[in-house]
Design a protein. Structure first.
Lengths: 443, 167
């Protein structure tokens, strides 16, 4: 594999295609460290795709809001009086100040502390101090509302926003195939999913795509990176956990898909081993029965799902019905840094003993202090840290695992392009879509 | 002013300094022995909220750490496995414990408040500081003490990095 060594280059389509070659599984380190490429990602990726911003259970009452980011743009997602959710750029129209500096809350009005300009829940400018004395009543308030993210849609309570007015509907972007799997934890929840507490946030020196592609279908790293978890018996033998990966249109992917029947059996075994009690046993059965009747027998056979990534940077994890449905937003903060925002959800109608188990288990596993999360973080850091070298920063990374073997795995009734447990087909799919967006014209 | 116990202050301070020393010296097994068998360790998430909506962290919500001795022991086993890459090579830490205040607790226990600042250095130059305070319930253990409950309140909203060392 030859390295592409060239000093002069740019972010035009031709140059990008030389850096990202999904067909041959060769991707240049450049896209993980270059400032110009990163800036282009902020416009070409994050201004054109659906970004998760909030969940129904965080916005129960009119005026409830949470602050989040789309790329590096801060937004406020606020519930309006009519139940709709508005997503507003968190930047005053006067001098650009971040108006809302809290994580969440309830507000009727958002007031900028600088000059006191005040906005309503639709972003409309309702209050300007000294309108007569200072502005002679001449300021056109209607033209100075907070910039609204034009498209806001919810998929079963999960709110996403998109700067692209012409974007296809959220449901179509997610696609029927991936939704088949995501519906399992979302619809399976007897009482619907609800947040289990505050969003956990921590910095990581990593490129946002390295984290995203990891969840999109890198099951190969588990035995090495997370070997210590197997060693202490926190996880059963990896071959007993899951069997397949799958990719979908629009760059989405998932891994650790259990073969039909496996995850339910694992959960039934777990509830006995952990001694969670008869309530928990009843819960597994009720959850699975609900999948069978509300969704389909095939979805009930899967029961558990695995982990995945919704393009561009929203990863999720869900192993069986005793596991939280955990979201990870890899918030980009430059080519070599991210903020990891973790929101966890669980079935509001689950028995308390099950909720407690799931919540504590996730803290111990894939979270800031977990015995999984930090090991991934360590790897990602060791990539980002050395990307300053003139040679290092433009070597080629290998994404060739499974080339020539795609399509060999077919399981009746399982949607998506399936693959074996260990393959980089999902990575190649991710970067195919990435390249498509990055090489399109215009901002 | 709150009735702080002055007669136990030096004893409790020494205990907390010793505890910090064990952590910095990577004597994790000895550190675990400073806790009772039924201990609970809770490190909640610190949100940024409007003053009017401010509340203390709520027990039973998703937190950084919420565990007992069994899982802390599992963490130790993991470190010994040689495959805990976030601690391979091991971090260099330096805990600074200060502002120790001791109050009487229920059933002859004491509540020890302390502030901490911890430096963590990894490999060449990956370095961070963590800052917060602890609220410990200590119970008598012969002539010494054991920690029955530890609450760690970090002052960061966004942590500087993931956590692979302890406070």
């Amino acid at each position: 594999m030859t390295t592409v060594l060239r000093d002069a280059w740019s972010t035009d389509a031709e140059s990008l295609r030389r850096l990202v070659d999904p067909t041959r599984g060769i991707i240049s380190a450049r896209i993980f460290n270059d400032r110009d490429i990163y800036q282009r990602e902020l416009t070409h990726i994050f201004m054109r795709t659906w970004s998760y911003v909030a969940h129904d259970s965080q916005l129960r009452n009119p005026g409830d809001y949470v602050t989040n980011f789309i790329g590096e743009d801060p937004v406020i997602a606020v519930k309006d009086a009519d139940g709709s959710v508005n997503v507003l750029l968190n930047s005053c129209r006067h001098r650009g100040l971040q108006i809302c500096s809290t994580d969440r809350g309830n507000a009727r009005l958002f007031r900028c502390p600088f000059h006191g300009w005040t906005y309503g829940r639709q972003g409309q400018l309702v209050g300007v101090p000294k309108m007569k004395e200072a502005y002679c009543d001449e300021l056109d308030k209607s033209a100075r509302g907070l910039i609204r993210v034009p498209r806001v849609e919810s998929y079963r309570g999960f709110y996403f926003a998109n700067w692209d007015e012409n974007a296809e509907p959220l449901e179509k972007f997610l696609g029927a195939d991936m939704r088949w799997y995501l519906d399992i934890p979302i619809v399976g929840a007897l009482g619907g999913l609800e947040v289990m507490g505050p969003i956990m946030k921590y910095k990581m020196k990593a490129n946002w795509k390295i984290a995203s592609e990891n969840f999109a279908g890198d099951d190969y790293h588990v035995l090495s990176t997370h070997g210590s978890a197997f060693r202490v018996g926190f996880l059963p033998d990896y071959d007993l956990v899951a069997d397949y990966i799958a990719y979908f249109e629009n760059g989405h992917g998932m891994g650790d898909i259990p073969k039909p029947g496996r995850m339910l059996a694992n959960d039934m075994g777990m509830v006995q081993a952990l001694g969670l009690g008869p309530e928990a046993v009843a819960y597994v059965k009720a959850f699975n029965e609900r999948l069978r009747t509300r969704l389909s027998p095939r979805q009930a056979d899967i029961h558990g799902i695995g982990e995945g990534n919704i393009f561009p940077n929203l990863s999720w994890i869900k192993f069986g019905c005793f596991h939280v449905f955990g979201l990870f937003q890899w918030q980009p903060r430059g080519p070599g840094e991210i903020e990891v925002w973790q929101t966890v959800f669980f079935d509001s109608a689950a028995p308390q003993v099950v909720k407690d188990y799931a919540r504590m288990e996730m803290s111990q596993e894939n979270a800031a202090s977990g015995i999984f999360g930090p090991d991934d973080g360590e790897n990602f850091e060791r990539i980002a840290e050395i990307m300053r070298g003139a040679v290092t920063r433009q070597t080629n990374f290998d994404y060739s695992m499974g080339i020539g073997h795609e399509g060999e795995v077919v399981v009746e009734g399982l949607p998506g392009k399936l693959g074996p447990h260990y393959s980089e087909q999902n990575h190649r799919n991710y970067y195919r879509y990435y390249l498509e967006l990055m090489t399109e014209r215009g901002n | 002013m709150t009735a702080y116990l002055s007669d136990l202050k030096v004893e409790i301070e020494t205990f907390l300094y010793h505890e910090a020393r064990l952590l910095d010296d990577l004597r994790f097994e000895d550190w675990l022995n400073l806790f009772t068998e039924d201990m609970r360790y809770w490190m909640p998430i610190h949100e940024t909220l409007e003053d009017e909506e401010f509340h203390d962290p709520i027990a039973g919500e998703w937190a950084y750490m919420e565990e007992g001795k069994a899982f802390l022991t599992t963490r130790y086993e993991r470190l010994k496995s040689g495959m805990a890459y976030s601690e391979k090579p091991r971090s260099r830490t330096r805990h600074f414990v200060s502002n120790v205040l001791v109050e009487a607790g229920p059933d002859s226990s004491v509540i020890a408040h302390s502030n901490f600042l911890m430096y963590q250095g990894r490999r060449d130059k990956s370095e961070q500081f963590f800052v917060g305070r602890r609220e410990d319930r200590l119970v008598r253990d012969g002539s010494s003490w054991k920690i029955q409950e530890r609450k760690v309140l970090l002052d960061h909203r966004v942590l500087p990095r993931a956590i692979s060392v302890f406070f």
